[in-house]
Ligand binder design. Structure first.
Ligand code: ADP
Ligand code: GN1
Ligand code: MG
Length: 365
């Protein structure tokens, strides 16, 4: 990787470069230089992001906007320019594995990423980070953002892709996952619920993050205060509830996204409450009553959609999400569906919590 790093304006010569983090999409490395300066080097997944130039333009303008709002380098991603001043490079030395688009960010110093919330307080901190992020982009000109992945959270379209994968059954895997397929198809009625509300103007389109996993926030390693929202590849116009729902899906599920012991998977209501309180404290005043009311539905929808995406990828041969073992995507789909079933059971409990927390936040505000 050192030949790639030579093309960026780093503070000294890079002396180490190691795989970093647990993202499923890009290839991320932690780099340190002889002067002890740390960076993140990423090979951008250009199968997933087909217009890298538009993607980088989005990130560049979003980070500029956040910096102009007063965020310093520990609180907003900073792209490190290449030797020609560009914000990313295309590298090709003839090795197929290595050829592709690369970018470098300043590493958020003294930061840490978490794959599981350590406690309710920490989970609430992540909600504050994502809620504030939405507020900071409130006046961002949404029309200037490219759709880096078209129909990203269009659950109806995700079902179309699932059906296409079932019909093609390219690897002959469909028969072995008949139960999971049935589970998903039985719930197709949910798919258009929020999209229809958007179409008829009941829900507003905002600039949202769209990938609000806990590990896409960097925390202060010492205090666990949230520092920086990262992974800005999918910042696009979207529904506020999707950002809420995706965080619940990942962080309040009782287990890891790829947990094989499904007995561990189920909505943890205290974590749900903690996240709801943080999110509503940070951005609740900007949300409409309909947006607040649909937060539990959004948690269900985002979990179902993600399960559908994992199952589709399993059927198609694991081309999208990076896997670390055979059936990894199937394990992931199973946790999502287990969680969906529990979210269905706990829908009333979630709704009561949202109403209570919204009231409590309004009183304090
Ligand atoms: P992916 O799209 O593959 O998820 P991310 O952009 O989320 O890639 O990066 C992977 C992980 O690397 C993140 O989840 C986060 O833990 C860490 N990370 C990314 N950028 C930074 C940064 N600038 N400073 C510190 N950690 C970072
Ligand atoms: C991917 O990039 P990462 O690992 O933070 C995916 C999300 C999924 C998530 C499931 C661009 O997130 O949409 O919810 O995996 N990102 C993209 O873990 O598809
Ligand atoms: Mg990520």
């Amino acid at each position: 990787m050192f030949d790639i790093l030579e093309r960026f304006c780093l503070d000294g010569k890079a002396v180490s470069c190691k795989p970093y983090g647990s993202g499923h999409i890009n290839r991320t490395h932690l780099v340190t230089t002889e002067r002890g300066h740390a960076y993140i080097l990423q090979k951008i997944n250009d199968d997933v992001f087909q217009d890298v130039s538009a993607l980088m333009h989005n990130i560049s303008s979003v980070t500029r906007h956040l910096r102009a709002a007063g965020l310093d380098e520990r609180h907003v991603l900073t792209l490190v320019p290449a030797d020609d001043g560009a914000e990313y490079i295309f590298f090709d030395n003839g090795e197929t594995e290595k050829a592709g688009y690369y970018r470098v960010y300043e590493f958020i110093s003294d930061g840490l990423s978490l794959d599981h919330p350590e406690n309710e307080w920490v989970f609430r901190q992540s909600a504050l980070a994502f809620g504030r992020f939405q507020m900071q982009l409130k006046d961002f000109p949404a029309a200037t953002l490219a759709q880096t992945i078209p129909k990203f959270h269009d659950t109806i379209d995700r079902y179309r892709l699932l059906r296409r994968a079932i019909d093609a059954d390219a690897l002959g895997r469909a028969a072995g996952v008949a139960r999971e397929i049935d589970f998903a198809l039985e719930r197709e009625r949910y798919a258009g619920c929020m999209l229809r509300m958007l179409e008829c103007g009941e829900l507003p389109l905002r600039v949202t993050h769209n990938d609000t996993k806990l590990n896409n926030v960097v925390f202060d390693a010492a205090t666990r205060e949230p520092l920086c929202v990262v992974d800005l590849d999918t910042v696009m116009p979207g529904l506020s509830g999707n950002d809420f729902g995706d965080s619940i899906r990942f962080g309040a599920s009782g287990g890891a996204e790829d947990e094989r012991d499904l007995d561990k998977i189920g909505l943890c209501l205290p974590l749900f409450r903690a996240y709801a309180n943080g999110f509503l404290s940070a951005c609740g005043e900007a949300l409409t009553p309909a947006e607040i009311e649909t937060l539990p539905l959004a948690a269900l929808l985002m979990t179902l959609e993600c399960g559908v995406r994992f199952l589709t990828d399993y059927l198609e041969g694991d081309a999208y999400f990076r896997i670390h073992r055979p059936e990894h995507n199937l394990d992931r789909a199973r946790t999502q569906f287990k969680l969906v079933a529990d979210l269905e059971r706990k829908r009333d409990a979630m709704q009561s919590i949202i109403r209570e927390e919204a009231k409590c936040v309004r009183r304090k505000g």
